[in-house]
Ligand binder design. Structure first.
Ligand SMILES: O=C(O)CCC(=O)C(=O)O
Ligand SMILES: [Fe+2]
Length: 360
């Protein structure tokens, strides 16, 4: 199937921000996700003590307990696939201005935002992306584009944004890219991968997704973002207006991630699960919404260079620890990921070496 059949433009799918301007007491059918009710239940008593590990970048780099913090990082990636990152070094002034500018963007009149709408055959821009006909719509308005390397930027998107928004985005893009490279280096150390095997991430691909999740009259019927794992090496998530909603799947239950002020949430994506030969977990997660307050997040997906190949690191595999995943090109992996509906970790599973899918 070609992209254009899979992507409906924003005009065909109402903006939720526009939708809720009219009095709305129930959710339109196209947003009602039956699967929400079938998801494994959350057992609050068992998960009360389940807090995401918190890692300090300062401690990892300068502290006296560098080794200990590196071990904490390693365990977080093996056991959780997610951690809260504090003392990350991104300038508070940039974070504050970015929040104001992203909020400002989503508050623009519809016709302004439509200048950036997702075009047929594309996945970048403003609006809803439908991955297959039977997919229900998520309760969130998005702005998504590729930001690094500069050569892959679409001329009608980032370069055309209002100048104050663009300026702060450029600062954030640089800071979060440096942070991504630093984290990747530390993960390499923790995993004991040979340095040259992570060179594919140097000046790697960066994609940004900003999502505005409006309040919903029946939040238990919808999903802000359906369950999925990320097709990245790592993802750095900034829950910019401090509203909770992210949940991650652990031991069969959905665990809410509480926002910690000044922290970023970092998670392992499919590509690092593959490269670490399954040692680090790309964990399923989803975004829920609430009836009171909008939620805004910006996710930065950090991937290897497009022309590189991804597969289990040679330095981590041997006859006792054989490769668990096939090797493929980043370009193919990313393209295939985008054309599928969000369906948990099913895409990563296709990369797993097993008797059934040897022929894929
Ligand atoms: O908004 C969130 O909390 C989650 C975003 C996310 O998982 C994504 O954009 O891939
Ligand atoms: Fe995600």
């Amino acid at each position: 199937m070609v992209y254009s059949e899979l992507v409906r433009t924003f005009e065909e799918v109402l903006s939720i921000q526009e939708l809720i301007k009219k009095p709305l007491t129930s959710v339109p059918e196209c947003y009602v996700q039956q699967q929400c009710h079938n998801q494994p239940a959350l057992f609050p008593d068992e998960t009360l003590s389940q807090e995401l590990p918190t890692i300090s970048l300062r401690k990892l780099i300068h502290g006296e307990d560098t080794e200990l913090e590196l071990q904490k990082l390693d365990s977080a990636c093996r056991d959780w696939g997610f951690f809260q990152l504090v003392e990350h070094g991104i300038s508070p002034a940039v974070l504050k201005t970015l929040k104001d500018e992203v909020e400002g963007f989503f508050m623009l009149p519809l016709e302004e935002k439509m200048k950036y709408k997702v075009l047929p055959g594309d996945v970048e821009g403003y609006g809803a992306v439908i991955r297959s006909d039977d997919t229900k719509l998520d309760w969130g308005d998005r702005l998504f584009f590729k930001t690094n390397p500069r050569s892959i930027r679409k001329p009608h998107l980032l370069p055309q944004l209002p100048s104050s928004f663009r300026s702060v985005l450029e600062l954030y893009i640089n800071e979060v890219q440096d942070l991504g490279m630093r984290i990747m280096g530390l993960l390499g150390e923790a995993l004991k991968i040979e340095k040259r095997e992570l060179e594919v991430f140097e000046d790697g691909i960066q994609n940004l997704r900003m999502t505005y999740y409006p309040p919903c009259p029946e939040p238990e019927l919808v999903m802000g973002l359906s369950a999925h794992s990320d097709a990245s090496g790592i993802t750095i998530l900034n829950q910019m207006n401090g509203v909770n909603g992210l949940q991650i799947k652990k031991d069969g239950a959905w665990i809410p991630v509480n926002v910690i002020s000044d922290a970023l949430v970092v998670n392992i994506g499919d590509i690092l699960e593959i490269m670490s030969n399954g040692a680090y977990k790309s964990v399923e997660h989803r975004a829920t919404v609430n009836s009171e307050k909008e939620r805004i997040s910006i996710a930065m997906f950090y991937l290897p260079k497009l022309e590189s190949e991804i597969g289990p690191a040679v330095s981590l595999t041997n006859p006792e620890n054989p490769p668990l995943f096939k090797t493929t090109g980043v370009d193919k992996y990313v393209e295939d990921y985008f054309t599928r509906k969000l369906d948990g970790k099913s895409y990563l599973e296709r990369m797993r070496i097993s008797d059934q899918n040897l022929s894929i």
